[in-house]
Design a protein around this ligand. Structure first.
Ligand code: NI
Length: 262
């Protein structure tokens, strides 16, 4: 455990920013200037997966990293860039420019009050490019606005689903049935978090393979049930428990390195 962390907590509610008062956050900032921001998406995850999969999973991993380290966790940004999933009901997307503006403003809000290290735990591949663009823009804005931490603010985006131990475990369990969207690994984690979702599980026909994505209509044409090469029927709640453990371990180490880096 790094000395840069405030320390493990037993009760996860004590690291949730939304349950703190501003005076508690002020005290926290005197000893730690790091914060975890989970981001996900609200989008279709195949005919049996929950719409909130990417937000539920990012939040769970973020809170577990927070519990292990004592680093505060913000409320989850549950809406992401999911334009290509809009052909499926229930999907709620932010355009890239909107998501960029949202993340830019959130980073500046935190930086303006003294947070220097913003660790973004991401659950959705479609957010990656836009989030990195938002960080670049926020760095420039922090300087322009002469924020107190303008030259010290650092953002880091980490995808829980591409952490090496998670990726390797998914490959061991599911091989190429893991696919690229509505994957059994992410569905397993949701089954662990929300046992009621197990009732949705059923065998599905052969999925369409992953291919190019050109927009919502094209996506639905190529992937009629929303999956890309995946077999979410392989998902199990006990697998999800293991994925959470592996993701939290890997990301805790990543956060430690991030806090120690210049
Ligand atoms: Ni997903």
């Amino acid at each position: 455990m790094s000395a840069h962390f405030p320390g493990r907590v037993e009760d996860v509610s004590s690291i949730r920013l939304d349950l703190r008062s501003w005076t508690e956050v002020d005290d926290y900032l005197k000893k730690c200037q790091a914060i975890i921001l989970p981001i996900g998406s609200t989008e279709q995850h195949g005919p049996t997966g929950a719409i909130g999969t990417d937000a539920l999973t990012a939040e769970a991993v973020a809170l577990e990293v927070g519990r292990r380290t004592g680093v505060l966790v913000t409320p989850t940004q549950a809406f992401g860039m999911a334009e290509h999933h809009l052909g499926f009901p229930g999907t709620m997307s932010l355009q890239p420019s909107t998501l960029l503006a949202v993340l830019h403003d959130l980073v500046l809000s935190l930086a303006g009050n003294g947070f220097e290290r913003i660790f973004v735990v991401n659950g959705h591949g479609g957010n990656i490019a836009t989030a990195k663009a938002a960080f670049a823009q926020a760095y420039g804005s922090a300087l322009t606005r002469s924020l107190p931490v303008s030259s010290k603010v650092r953002c880091r985006l980490v995808n829980w689903f591409t952490a090496t131990p998670v990726y390797l475990h998914a490959r061991d369990l599911y091989g190429d049935r893991e696919g690229q969207h509505a994957t059994p690994s992410e569905i397993s984690l949701t089954l662990h978090l929300q046992p009621s979702l197990v009732t949705k599980q059923r065998p599905l026909p052969e999925p369409s393979p992953a291919g190019p994505i050109h927009g919502p209509d094209d996506f639905r044409l190529r992937h009629p049930d929303g999956r890309m090469g995946s077999d979410p029927y392989l998902a199990k709640p006990e697998h999800g428990k293991d994925f959470l453990e592996k993701a939290a371990s890997a990301l805790t180490e990543d956060l430690s390195n991030f806090l120690q880096s210049s």
